[in-house]
Structures are given as C-alpha cells and as structure tokens.
Design a protein around this ligand. Structure first.
Ligand code: HEC
Ligand code: HEC
Ligand code: HEC
Ligand code: HEC
Ligand code: HEC
Ligand code: HEC
Ligand code: HEC
Ligand code: HEC
Ligand code: HEC
Length: 448
C-alpha cells in the first residue's frame, strides 16, 4: 500500500514511513492524526465540518452533513483522516497542501486510501480484531480492480461506489448500502443501467432477473437473510463471474448436498468438457425459480430433454427417475388422504400420520439424489418411502374397517334397543286391551 498517494495514514505507519524532506510538517500531522484517542472514541469537533456546513454549497456541505452518521465519525475519525489537512484550523489554511491535504482523491486512488487503514492488521485489530483486512487484496482480483489498475477505467466500482464516501455504515446496519436487502440496488446503479454499461457489451438484466428469483423472494418476503444476493455469489470484493469451473462451489456454499452429488455425477466432467457451468445450466444463474418435478423427465418441459433424447441412456434415466418420484408422491398422497379422512371421522391415527413423515423425508432425499443423475440411487429412498406410505395407507384402511365394525355394532345394538322398545309398546297395548285392565287405572285416577 506504499503508493505515492499514501502520504498520511493510520497513526503508527504515519509516523514510520515518511519521506525525510516532509518530516517536519508530517511530524506535526502525525500528532494531529493521533488526536482522536483510541480509548475515547467520541466524535471529535472539526473545523472542516463547521466551515463546510456554512459554505451553502451542497457539494461541500453534503459530505459534512452525511458524515455525522458515518461509522468513521462514530469511531472518532475526522475528515482529515481521509483528506488530510488540519481539522483544528478554522481558516482556509486547514486545506493547505503543506498540512497533507490531498483534495478529492482520484477514482484510482480510493482503494489505497481506504486500504491504508483497512489493510493494516495491527491498526485494525485495535478497533475490531474480527474485521477482515483483505478487502483491497480481494478487490484487486475483481474485474473492477483489474480494469481500474490495468486501464484506469473510471466507470468500474471502487470502494466508495458501493460504500459511499461519507455515509459508510457496517454491513449489518439496515441503512447501509451493503446491507443484504440493499446490495442488489447498489450494484444495479451501474449494472442495470444499459447506457452506462453499453461499452462493455455485457447483459444488464441481472438485477431484473434476480428480483424475479426465489432467492430474492426468500430474502425480501420471507426475511431469510441466509438467501443470497449479488455479493453472496460474486464475493464482496472479488466480484468476478464465478466461471464455469467454480459455479457449483458458489451454489454449494448453501446447497452443499446437491453440489456434492453433482460433482460426483457424470455431468461434472461432461459439462466442463463442453464449457457449460454446473447448476445454472439447469437452474439459470440469476432468475432461479423453485424446482419442480416438471424439470425432470425425457420430454419437454423437462430440462433433461434439452440435451437427451428419450432413447439415450440419459433420457431413459430421466424417465425412470421421474416415474419413481411420481410414484412416491402419489403413494404418499394417497396415504395422507385416507389418514386425514380417518382423523376427521374421529379415529385415532396419530401414529401412522407421524410414521408417514418418514416417506416425506424419503421424498426429500430422492429429490436430492436426482443430482447424482443415477436412477439406481434415486430408487433406494423411493422404495423405502413407498414401503412407509404403503404401511400408513394400510393403517388408514384398517382404521376405516374398525370404524365400520363399530358402526355395525352400533347399528345392531340400536336395532336391539328398538326391538325391545317395540316389544314393550306391543306388550302395553296388549295389557290395555285386556278386559278390566283399563277401568282399573281410571278408578285409581278418580280416587285421587
Ligand atoms: C474556512 C472554511 C473551510 C475549512 C476550515 C475547511 N474547508 Fe474544505 N473547502 C472550503 C471551501 C470554500 C471549499 C471550496 C474551495 C474550492 O472550490 O476551491 C472547500 C473544498 C474542500 C474540498 C474539495 C476540494 C476540491 O478540489 O474540490 C475538500 C475535499 C475539503 N474542502 C475538505 C476539507 C477538510 C478535510 C477540511 C479540514 C481539514 C476542510 N476542508 C476545512 C471551506 C473550508
Ligand atoms: C473514509 C474517508 C473519507 C472521509 C472520512 C471523508 N471523506 Fe470526503 N471524500 C472521500 C472520497 C473517497 C471522496 C471521493 C468521492 C467519491 O468517491 O465518492 C470524497 C469526496 C469529498 C468531496 C468532494 C465531493 C464532490 O462531490 O466533489 C468533499 C467536498 C469532501 N469529500 C469533503 C469531506 C468532508 C468535509 C469530510 C468530513 C466531514 C470528509 N470529506 C470526510 C473520502 C472521505
Ligand atoms: C483512518 C483509517 C480508516 C480509513 C482511511 C478508512 N477506514 Fe473504514 N474503518 C476504520 C475503522 C477503525 C473502522 C471501525 C472498525 C470497527 O470498529 O468495526 C472502520 C469501519 C469501516 C466499515 C464498517 C466495518 C464493519 O463491519 O464494522 C466500513 C464498511 C469501512 N470502514 C469502509 C471504508 C471505506 C470504503 C473507506 C475508504 C473510502 C474507509 N473505510 C477508510 C478505519 C478507516
Ligand atoms: C462492488 C461493491 C463493493 C466494492 C467495490 C467494495 N466493497 Fe466493501 N463490501 C461490499 C459488500 C456487499 C459488503 C458486505 C459484506 C457482507 O454482507 O458481509 C462489503 C463489506 C466491507 C467491509 C466490512 C467487512 C467485510 O469485509 O465484510 C469493509 C471494511 C469493506 N467492505 C471495505 C471495502 C474497501 C476498503 C473497499 C475498496 C478496496 C471495498 N470495500 C470495495 C461491497 C463492496
Ligand atoms: C460504479 C459502477 C459499478 C458498481 C456500483 C458495480 N459495478 Fe460491477 N462492473 C462495473 C463495470 C463498469 C464493470 C466492467 C464490465 C466488464 O468489464 O465487462 C463491472 C464488472 C463486473 C463483473 C464482471 C462482469 C464480466 O463478465 O466481465 C461482475 C461480476 C460485477 N461487476 C459484479 C458487481 C456486483 C456484484 C456489484 C455490487 C456488489 C457491482 N458489480 C457493482 C461497474 C459497477
Ligand atoms: C445465486 C448466485 C448469483 C446471484 C445471487 C447473482 N449472480 Fe451474477 N452470476 C452468477 C453466475 C453463476 C454467473 C455466470 C457465471 C458463468 O457463467 O461463468 C453470473 C454472472 C454475472 C455477471 C456477468 C454477466 C455476463 O453475462 O458476463 C454479472 C455482471 C453479474 N452476474 C452481476 C450480478 C448482479 C448485479 C447481481 C445482483 C443483482 C447478481 N449477479 C446476482 C451467479 C449469481
Ligand atoms: C442436469 C440438470 C441439473 C443440474 C446440473 C442441477 N440440477 Fe438442481 N435440480 C434439477 C432437477 C430436475 C430438479 C427438480 C427435482 C424435482 O423436483 O423432482 C432439481 C432440484 C434442485 C433443488 C430443489 C430440490 C431439493 O433438493 O431441495 C435445488 C436446491 C437444486 N436443484 C440445486 C442445484 C444445485 C446447487 C446445483 C449445482 C450443484 C444443481 N441443482 C444442478 C436439475 C439439475
Ligand atoms: C447464500 C446461500 C445461497 C447460495 C449461494 C445459493 N442459494 Fe439457492 N437457495 C438459498 C435459499 C435460502 C433458498 C430458499 C430456501 C430453500 O428452498 O432452501 C434457495 C433456493 C434455491 C432453489 C429452489 C429450491 C426449491 O426448494 O425449490 C434452487 C433451485 C436454488 N436455490 C439453486 C441455486 C443455485 C443454482 C445457486 C448458484 C447459482 C444457488 N442456489 C446459490 C440459498 C442459496
Ligand atoms: C446441457 C446438456 C445436458 C442436460 C440439460 C442434461 N444432460 Fe445428462 N448428459 C449430458 C452429457 C453431455 C452427458 C455425457 C455424455 C453422454 O453420456 O451422453 C450426459 C450424461 C448423462 C447420464 C449418463 C449417461 C451414461 O452414458 O452413463 C445420465 C444418466 C444423464 N445424463 C441424465 C440426465 C438427466 C436425468 C437430466 C435432467 C435432470 C440430464 N441428464 C440433463 C448433457 C446433459
């Protein structure tokens, strides 16, 4: 990071790496820079802020205004920590070149400016030992960094393009431009702007496609922050297209089982040979939708049909796997339906309903095993699941048989009761009709 621009820096290196001719002013600057003490990280007063707020020129006042909420302000840094100058001088002399003032850093110099602190392990450890210090190194490997340093491309992203220059916040802050829910918008400022990107000849639809994906839905609607946004797949700072070879690793950060199965499948080598990326060939890269059985099989709309005919080995495997999955699904649903009906009829089917969860797990395993593209591997969990659902179904059938027995029992006892009642009624009538039987009752009634 010892670039020409790197004339002032975090306190320690500021004292160390100084040119001798500049020693005097910089010794003074070093003292000034040391002013915000590490222990007392309260925001310091700065003449830069005071005067800039009063200029009435937005370009000059906005940075001073925004900086109030910047993480660097909160940690006790001043404008001078990035721009140099003297934050205690209330005159225009504060911005004297002799006090290390650099003016507005050129696009190309921004990474080194931020890197002066952020690439300095010793310095950063005193603030936050957990914070990574590889942002500049990573950035250099990105397409952004490569173009910046190779051709001085002014349009690629530098640190302040993604983080802003004066409202920098930790990624965990919901207001940050790099908070997971805001990253896509941050990248889209350039990548969804067709005019801005025209000279590069790459598509500008990543943003709109991503916004239509299950990943964005999961992130934004379900609120699951483990779902990916642009930097999850492209790296925070190493922004490069993952490349054919490593795409499966990128997806495999989160979909480890599918990636592992895929890597051991015949497709891993076959796709590499034709130059196709792993997962996106069947799932897309940005507009990834929920997967369904329709993707599997030997005829359209199954993805397999894009490359296999129904009669080749791949096509036959596809058809077999689809049949297996369909059978397990149907058998599980049949069992579930009968058990739910039994439950509604008041039968105790808690246990078989619980057992049926085993078949649901087998279905999940079978769908995972699709990524081996080996029908025999899919068959194992399917057969297990079929056995479980069959048994659960049988228990549903038995529940209904029991219900029938109970109902029949009830009907017989009901019929018996009715018979008895009928018998009694007939008996009473018989007694009533007997001569002398009735008047007796009347005479009793008359007496009282
Ligand atoms: C007395 C008022 C005053 C003080 C104090 C002051 N500035 Fe400025 N600053 C200005 C004005 C006015 C301009 C515009 C000058 C110009 O355009 O030539 C300016 C311009 C700038 C610019 C833009 C330069 C450019 O080339 O466009 C930066 C960056 C800057 N100031 C940073 C600082 C920093 C850092 C400090 C404190 C160390 C500071 N200023 C202190 C008034 C002030
Ligand atoms: C963390 C480093 C950092 C700090 C701290 C910082 N700046 Fe800046 N400033 C930059 C960078 C980088 C730029 C270049 C513009 C860009 O990349 O967006 C810049 C640009 C500017 C500009 C030019 C804006 C324009 O639109 O031309 C002014 C004025 C300025 N800063 C003033 C200030 C003042 C005043 C403070 C203190 C309140 C301050 N800066 C604190 C990094 C910083
Ligand atoms: C003078 C040293 C210094 C400079 C220059 C500097 N930073 Fe920082 N930065 C820090 C320190 C110290 C922290 C606080 C780390 C902490 O406590 O978490 C920090 C925090 C951050 C954070 C929040 C990190 C987190 O997760 O908490 C970001 C993002 C950041 N800086 C980006 C930048 C960018 C972008 C630039 C250049 C425009 C820059 N910094 C320039 C010292 C500096
Ligand atoms: C293309 C956009 C982009 C550029 C360019 C960029 N960053 Fe970041 N940066 C991010 C994103 C996104 C995150 C959030 C990572 C996360 O969610 O953990 C981040 C996180 C950070 C953090 C927090 C700690 C970490 O590493 O996760 C620091 C510090 C930081 N960046 C500094 C820098 C510096 C210094 C540069 C310039 C060399 C830079 N960034 C360039 C997008 C960018
Ligand atoms: C300031 C504008 C800007 C921002 C913001 C920006 N980029 Fe870029 N990005 C570019 C430019 C310009 C290129 C160069 C295009 C090229 O060389 O094909 C590029 C290149 C890329 C590439 C390489 C494309 C290729 O195939 O060559 C990727 C990947 C990329 N950016 C991802 C991101 C991500 C992810 C973010 C947000 C975290 C982001 N960019 C933010 C301007 C930007
Ligand atoms: C789920 C992972 C994932 C997410 C999320 C993602 N990308 Fe990509 N991106 C990829 C893959 C995979 C490729 C293609 C790489 C290849 O085929 O070599 C790619 C390619 C690109 C390219 C190069 C395009 C080209 O045709 O050269 C750019 C630019 C890009 N993505 C930007 C973005 C932006 C901006 C976002 C957020 C809006 C984003 N990506 C979100 C995985 C992702
Ligand atoms: C040759 C085509 C193909 C490739 C390559 C492929 N998949 Fe799939 N994937 C499918 C099919 C077909 C399904 C749907 C299975 C179903 O629902 O019956 C699927 C389903 C999925 C599912 C949802 C089902 C589940 O298991 O939860 C995920 C997640 C998934 N794939 C991720 C990946 C990842 C990650 C990669 C790369 C390592 C990948 N896929 C590579 C064809 C493919
Ligand atoms: C940062 C983690 C992460 C990365 C990286 C990631 N995904 Fe996802 N993916 C998720 C989450 C979370 C979901 C939604 C919940 C679920 O279904 O697991 C999801 C859902 C999916 C689904 C739908 C699954 C279903 O149940 O129907 C597919 C297909 C998928 N991802 C494929 C991919 C591919 C292909 C890549 C690489 C280009 C990728 N994912 C990269 C986390 C990730
Ligand atoms: C992008 C094209 C492509 C897609 C899509 C694709 N395959 Fe393949 N598949 C290949 C290639 C290429 C091979 C290796 C050459 C060969 O054996 O045909 C292969 C091989 C296979 C094999 C091994 C055949 C053998 O000879 O042992 C099976 C099984 C297979 N695929 C199943 C599937 C299934 C199931 C799907 C859908 C989920 C699918 N494939 C989707 C291109 C594809």
């Amino acid at each position: 990071m010892k670039t020409g621009r790197n004339r002032f820096g975090p306190r320690d290196s500021a004292r160390g790496a100084r040119g001798t001719s500049l020693a005097a002013p910089f010794a003074c600057l070093a003292v000034l820079l040391a002013a915000p003490s590490l222990s007392a990280q309260s925001p310091p007063a700065s003449t830069c802020v005071d005067c800039h707020l009063q200029t009435g020129v937005d370009r000059l006042a906005a940075p001073a205004r925004d900086f109030a909420r910047d993480v660097h302000h909160a940690k006790g840094f001043t404008c001078a920590d990035c721009h140099g100058g003297d934050p205690h001088d209330a005159t225009m002399g504060a911005m004297s070149r002799s006090k290390g003032f650099i003016g507005v850093p050129a696009h190309r110099d921004v990474p080194a400016l931020c890197g002066r602190c952020h690439s300095n392990a010793d310095f950063m450890r005193r603030y936050n030992p957990q914070l990574r210090i590889d942002q500049v190194a990573e950035y250099r490997t990105s397409v952004h960094g490569q173009r910046l340093f190779a051709t001085n491309d002014q349009k690629v992203a530098v640190c302040s393009s993604c983080h802003t220059a004066h409202s920098i916040l930790p990624p965990s802050d919901t207001q940050s431009t790099v908070y997971p829910l805001h990253v896509a918008d941050t990248c889209a400022r350039c990548h969804a702007d067709a005019r801005y990107m025209a000279e590069y000849g790459i598509p500008t639809n990543q943003y709109s496609q991503y916004k239509a994906s299950i990943h964005w839905t999961t992130l934004s609607k379900v609120g699951d922050l483990s779902a990916p946004t642009c930097n999850s797949c492209h790296g925070n700072h190493g922004a490069v297209p993952p490349g054919v070879k490593s795409v499966a690793n990128v997806c495999g950060q989160c979909h480890a089982m599918q990636a592992d199965n895929f890597e051991h499948s015949p497709h891993a080598a076959a796709f590499l040979a034709i130059g196709l990326p792993g997962c996106p060939t069947c799932h897309q890269n940005h507009e990834i939708h929920a997967a369904s059985d329709r993707m599997l099989g030997a005829s359209a709309p199954a993805v397999c049909a894009n490359c296999h005919s129904p009669s080749d080995r791949g096509g036959r495997a596809a058809a077999t796997m689809r049949t297996l999955i369909d059978r397990l699904r149907a058998s599980r649903e049949r069992a579930l339906a009968i058990l739910q009906r039994a439950e509604r009829s008041g039968m105790e089917v808690g246990q078989p309903l619980f057992d049926l969860k085993g078949a649901t797990d087998d279905l999940v395993t079978a769908r995972l095993d699709i990524h081996t593209f080996d029908a025999a591997k899919v068959r194992t969990p399917v057969e297990q699941g079929l056995a479980v659902s069959h048994q659960a179904y049988e228990q549903g059938v038995m529940a209904f048989r029991e219900l029938r027995v109970r109902r029949n029992g009830l009907a017989v006892s009901l019929a018996l009761v009715l018979l008895v009642i009928l018998g009694l009624v007939l008996k009473i009538r018989q007694i009533e009709r007997r001569p002398g039987g009735g008047p007796k009752w009347h005479s009793i009634g008359g007496q009282s």
